[in-house]
Design a binder for this molecule. Structure first.
Ligand code: ZN
Length: 388
C-alpha cells in the first residue's frame, strides 16, 4: 500500500440546526467578526437576517462585506482586506458558495499579511497565520470549507485567468454545514454544484496524488451523487437528499485537499472565464473525455467507478469494465440534465485548438493526470464539445 499523509485541521459541525451555534463559536474566536457574503442570495432567502440575529444574540460585533461576485477577483479581496483591517475584525465568517468562501479565505489572510494578495499566489507563500476563519457553505459543491485553497481570478490578465493560493494555513478553524441552508437552491445550481463535487471526487480518484484514504472518500462521493442528486432535482425540498449532498460535497473537498484536481478543472476554467459557464458544468464537459484518455492507466479505478455508479461488471474484460465506468458517468450526467455540447456557441476551430494548446501547457496539472495527453487528443475532446 502507498504511504500517505492525511491532514485536516478543520472542525466540522454537521446537521440540521447547527447554524444556531454560530454566535457562540464566533465569540470564542474573536470579539468582532467580518461577515463575507455575496450581493443578493443570502439577503433574498432571509439567511443574512437569520445569521445576523444569531450573532447579535451572543453580542458579537459584526461588520458586513457583502460584495462578493462569482469568480472573485484580486481587487475584490483587496477591498475586503482593507475593510477587515479598518474595522479591526478578529474573525472572518464566509457564507455562501465557493466564491464567498474563497473570498473570505483571502480576506482572512490579508487581515494579518501585508498586501498585495498577488504575492501569495502559488504554494505555501503565506507568511502569518490568517485571522481565524469560519466557513458556512450554502451550496453543495465546492468543498472549500475543508480545503487549504482559494481560487481567485486575475481579471486584468490577457486572457483573464484563475490562479490559486495553496497553503495549509488557509484551512478554516471551523466549518458549519447545515443542510437547511441549501433547501432553497434552484435546480440549475443544485445540478451544477453537484457536478463540481462529483468532479472533485473523480479527479481526486484518478489523480497520481490519490491515496487509499482519499479513494475511499471519493467513491463514497460518487455513490452519494448518483443516489441523491436526482432526488434533490426532483424534490428540491427533500431534506434527506440535501443533507447527503452537502455531506458528499464536503467529502469531495477532503479529497482535493489531499490530491488537488487534475487537468479537468484547469480546462474548465477557460469555459467559465470566456463563456460564463458555471464552474461545475464546465468541469462536466471535460471529465468523461479526460477519464477516457486514462483508460489504460486507470483500468482498475475506472471499473470501480462503474460499480460505484451501480453498473454490473462481473464477467467483463478489465478494459470493458473500465469503459463502462466512463459510459456510466456520461449516463449519470445525462440523467441529471447535463447536455455535453456547446455547439450553439459557434466557437471557431482556431479558437478551440488554442484552448487545447493552453491545456497542454498546464504542466502542474498534467504531472498529476495519469495519462500525458497529446495536442491531438485534447483537440478531439474540444471538437466533440464545440462541434459534436
Ligand atoms: Zn471545483
Amino acid at each position: 500500500m502507498k504511504n500517505f499523509q492525511f491532514f485536516l485541521p478543520t472542525r466540522v459541525l454537521f446537521g440540521e440546526g447547527e447554524i444556531e451555534k454560530l454566535g457562540k463559536e464566533a465569540k470564542k474566536l474573536g470579539k468582532k467578526a467580518l461577515l463575507v457574503t455575496g450581493r443578493t442570495s443570502a439577503r433574498k432567502t432571509g439567511l443574512l437576517d437569520q445569521v445576523m440575529k444569531i450573532l447579535e444574540a451572543e453580542r458579537c460585533k459584526i461588520s458586513l462585506f457583502d460584495q462578493v461576485e462569482p469568480n472573485p477577483s484580486l481587487k475584490l479581496v483587496e477591498e475586503g482586506g482593507k475593510v477587515v483591517k479598518k474595522e479591526k475584525c478578529e474573525v472572518v465568517i464566509g457564507m455562501g458558495g465557493g466564491s464567498s468562501m474563497d473570498a473570505a479565505k483571502a480576506i482572512a489572510l490579508l487581515g494579518t499579511n501585508p498586501p498585495p494578495v498577488e504575492r501569495y499566489l502559488g504554494e505555501r507563500k503565506v507568511i502569518n497565520p490568517p485571522l481565524p476563519l469560519i466557513l458556512i457553505p450554502t451550496t453543495s459543491g465546492t468543498g472549500s470549507e475543508v480545503t487549504p485553497y482559494t481560487i481567485l481570478t486575475l481579471t486584468e490578465a490577457k486572457p483573464p485567468e484563475k490562479r490559486s493560493i495553496r497553503d495549509p494555513k488557509l484551512f478554516p478553524q471551523l466549518s458549519i454545514l447545515d443542510p437547511e441552508l441549501t433547501l432553497s437552491l434552484p435546480p440549475s445550481l443544485t445540478r451544477d454544484t453537484g457536478l463540481d463535487a462529483f468532479s472533485h471526487a473523480v479527479e481526486g480518484f484518478l489523480s497520481l496524488r490519490s491515496t487509499p484514504l482519499s479513494d475511499s472518500l471519493a467513491l463514497e462521493v460518487v455513490r452519494i451523487c448518483k443516489k441523491w442528486l436526482p432526488v434533490a432535482l426532483r424534490e428540491p425540498k427533500n431534506k434527506e437528499s440535501r443533507a447527503w449532498l452537502l455531506y458528499g460535497a464536503c467529502l469531495g473537498g477532503m479529497v482535493i485537499a489531499h490530491t488537488g484536481s487534475i487537468l479537468v478543472h484547469g480546462m474548465g476554467y477557460r469555459l467559465t472565464l470566456e463563456y460564463g459557464i458555471s464552474h461545475g458544468r464546465a468541469n462536466a464537459f471535460f471529465l468523461p473525455g479526460i477519464s477516457r484518455l486514462c483508460l489504460k492507466e486507470r483500468e482498475v479505478k475506472l471499473s470501480l467507478l462503474a460499480q460505484a455508479l451501480g453498473e454490473e461488471i462481473k464477467g467483463l474484460a478489465p478494459q470493458e469494465a473500465a469503459k463502462k465506468g466512463v459510459e456510466a458517468m456520461e449516463n449519470f450526467f445525462r440523467e441529471v440534465g447535463f447536455i455535453p455540447s456547446l455547439r450553439e456557441l459557434k466557437v471557431k476551430k482556431k479558437v478551440w485548438k488554442a484552448y487545447a494548446k493552453e491545456a497542454l501547457g498546464m504542466k502542474k496539472r498534467i504531472e498529476v493526470t495519469p495519462h500525458s495527453p497529446t495536442q491531438k487528443e485534447l483537440e478531439e475532446i474540444y471538437r466533440k464539445i464545440f462541434e459534436g
